[in-house]
Write a protein that binds this ligand. Structure first.
Ligand code: NAP
Length: 328
């Protein structure tokens, strides 16, 4: 019996690390910008002169069966300021990864976003017309298209507002809870409507979709649609934080560099039909789970304890990922 090998690119990022945690450190071969903190291989996806050859070398060495591309240029305003870099990472490199995956007969998974829509009429299903309003959204949509052109059986997971434990503590929940713990008021847009997604649920569902051999575009987001200020208040309430420090503002007042889709959010009918029993936590359920998991960077002054990096083991000690669902 051949043993599936799972390669995760962007394994040090929020989603990548949640995936490593979901499958177990011993089951993932981890790649990122830089080695260290459990990352076994480094590839610079932004370097168009070396990216292709580095990926080819890596794929020849690993010969993966499943490749999850969780790398990306995710700073939305940064993409607006540096579109060429965003194209290289979110689109050109994603195409290269899809090409190498196809060459080696590996299943390819790519994470995309609700920012492929303009936010004029959400929530959106997988088949709704796209119309990104930012460089980030355009480069992610182009990435989707390039990948599906190379390999129509690739899986594209669209998600949004991902939060939960992570090593670097960058996501919106950390920013909010850090501000609350410091007693600092935090302006939060009340007109950006979306589907907050707990990262552990996203990771578990991504693995289940691979096991079910689902292909094409599939939305994977949390179970409720709400504006960002409401989301912030619910997170604060769930941990007993000072809700009154959350200051609802308009997106216009925030003067963010890149336009945002306002009336967005994603429909999950396809996901519900493919995985009827999948777990999608509300913000309150997610915070309770996060509290008990004690993983990732601790919040200042709050309850989380020891921080653990998303370490992967030596290649010799790898336990192969079983994409059929059984334990090997
Ligand atoms: N987080 C969300 O709310 C959200 C929503 C929708 C879609 N997504 C998609 O989900 C995927 C994962 O997002 P995330 O939240 O995990 O983002 P993240 O925390 O920013 O992680 C992205 C990862 O990509 C790596 N990366 C960036 N530039 C690279 C380069 N030039 N070469 C190699 N690796 C590079 C980063 O490494 P360094 O840190 O070392 O640069 C990081 O480990 C992305 O494709 C994103 O578009 C995320």
């Amino acid at each position: 019996m051949t043993i599936p090998r799972l390669l995760i690119l962007g394994a040090g990022g929020q989603v990548g690390a949640a995936l490593v945690r979901e499958v177990g450190r011993e089951s993932a071969i981890t790649v990122d910008h830089q080695m260290g903190l459990g990352i076994q291989y480094a590839v610079d996806l932004s370097n168009s002169s070396t990216c292709s050859s580095q990926l080819e070398e890596l794929f020849s060495l690993i010969r993966p069966d499943v490749v999850v591309n969780a790398a990306g240029m995710t700073w939305v305003d940064g993409c607006e300021a540096n579109p060429d870099l965003a194209i290289r990472i979110n689109c050109s490199a994603a195409r290269e990864i899809a090409l190498q995956s196809r060459r080696f007969g590996a299943a390819n998974v790519y994470f995309s976003t609700e920012y492929v829509f303009d936010g004029a009429g959400g929530p959106y299903s997988e088949t709704d017309d796209t119309h990104p309003v930012s460089v980030y959204g355009r480069t992610k949509l182009d990435g989707e298209r390039e990948i599906l052109a190379v390999d129509p059986s690739a899986l594209i997971i669209r998600t949004t507002v991902v939060y939960g434990p992570e090593t670097l503590g960058k996501n919106f929940a950390y920013q909010l809870l850090t501000a609350l713990a410091a007693g600092t008021p935090m302006p939060v847009p009340s007109d950006q409507i979306s589907s907050p997604t707990y990262n552990a649920d996203l990771a578990a569902i991504a693995v289940a979709l691979v096991r079910e051999r689902v292909s094409g575009i599939c939305n994977v987001v949390g179970p409720e649609i709400m504006d960002r200020a409401t989301f912030a208040r619910r997170l604060a309430r769930a941990i007993g934080g000072a809700e009154d420090l959350i200051q609802p503002v308009t997106t216009t007042a925030l003067a963010q560099r890149a336009p945002r889709p306002l009336q967005a959010g994603l429909r999950i009918d396809r996901l519900r039909s493919v995985l009827p029993h999948c777990v999608l936590r509300t913000p309150e359920e997610a915070m309770a789970h996060w509290r008990s998991s004690q993983w990732g960077k601790p919040w200042p002054g709050l309850f989380l304890q020891a921080s653990q990096p998303c370490c992967a083991p030596d290649v010799q000690s790898l336990r192969p990922f079983d994409s059929t669902g059984g334990m090997l």
